[in-house]
Design a protein around this ligand. Sequence first.
Ligand code: LLP
Length: 456
Amino acid sequence: MSAWSSNAKFVSGELEIASCAVSALAKEFGTPLFVVDEADFYARAKAWQSALSNGFGENAGNVYYAAKAFISVEIAKWVNEVGIGLDVCTGGELEVALAAGFPTSKIELHGNNKSEAEIAKAIEVGVATIVVDSLQELARVSKLAKASNKVQAILLRLTPGVEAHTHESISTAHEDVKFGFSIASGAAWNAVVAARSGANLKLNGFHCHIGSQIFKSEGFELAADRLISLLAKYRDEFNEELPELDLGGGYGIAYLENEVTLNPNETMMLLANVVTNSCVANKLRVPRISIEPGRAIVGPTTATIYEVGTTKEVRLENGEVRWYVSVDGGMSDNIRPALYGAEYSVALANRNSTASLRNSRVVGKHCETGDILIREVKLASDIEPGDLLAIPATGAYGRSMASNYNHMVRPAVISVINGTARTILRRETAVDLLALDIEESARTMPGATKDERRDK
Ligand code: LLP
């Protein structure tokens, strides 16, 4: 059960999560349904926090949960209860944090194109750190901090030129990317100089994030090493040491049965070794080390429950038969297979089946051939409309990347713990879908009444 949350188990063929049977959940809350194993979320968040402390001791900085993986007001409250920080990358994510009463002194603001409004709000509410991504942004943060008479702590996002071995669009720190200042080209050093001379800025150190769903530690190690070399250059040049390094997130999780989720303690021990060795080699004090796991905290905590609507036999060119099993969600609640070719596992969740297995494909209900959740899987041949399928490890980048494509409502997210269930993000309704449509409104450009435009 490696891809499932800690409190998920099959009892007489039925999936139970935190002692809640999924058929009862489906009946009460409808499908598709994101089911979050609440205790598992706490456990994973705590595990990363204690792993950081175990690895780095007094030099452990903050674990900032990466809100982009999945955030809601309730989740932000959980994160706060655990006592870790929050990484937000837009004003919208910041709003959720504020709505949850999240302490702003534990919030980091990210993003490669933050608007003045976003920066101003972040400074106004007193976020701990703004991770600066460009020279224009450096100037904006400086200007806005000055205007509000504050000194804003910043980190510079650096591009260490590391190819993390993962899907290209989720690998972010090799050179040809939109994020950060390249170390190799000298852009990073120019940013350091600019940050030092910018008014109302306090440069605390450097940040990098090399990609996501990474298992090999070499990428993290190389990146840390390159950032530390730049810390040494800083010390040589300015005769003082920067106190902080934030090494981002990206820790991989299991999606399939034979995969593993990175062990927080082992991962942090490895990283601590590299950081310590590199600091010793550069004769530097070990800076405060922060990390930003998103997927590794929330990903494994959640499963999506779908109801089967139709099944269909399709004869392939090679004479084989494929069963198409259509469920009541699809690419609107999980875009990852279509976008990244991401692979998931699936299980019949409401009953046992001893029927023979057949070559199947699990697809959604969108008007698009590529609306495939699981490309190839063997499923019981007696699966029929009304059965429930569960896909584990959908907690990260599932609901958070969900869309209303084909005017589908986005599913509810419920949390389960000790046999109880409650909604933390409600299912959208047709009213939500229509809420933005404006039937009649005044035009604002001169001479642009409806009739005049139509007469042209
Ligand atoms: N910190 C920064 C600056 C990031 O850009 C990200 C993710 C994280 C932390 C958290 O990374 P994690 O620990 O969750 O891997 N939508 C893609 C993943 C995009 C990741 C973007 N940045 C996916 O579904 O795989």
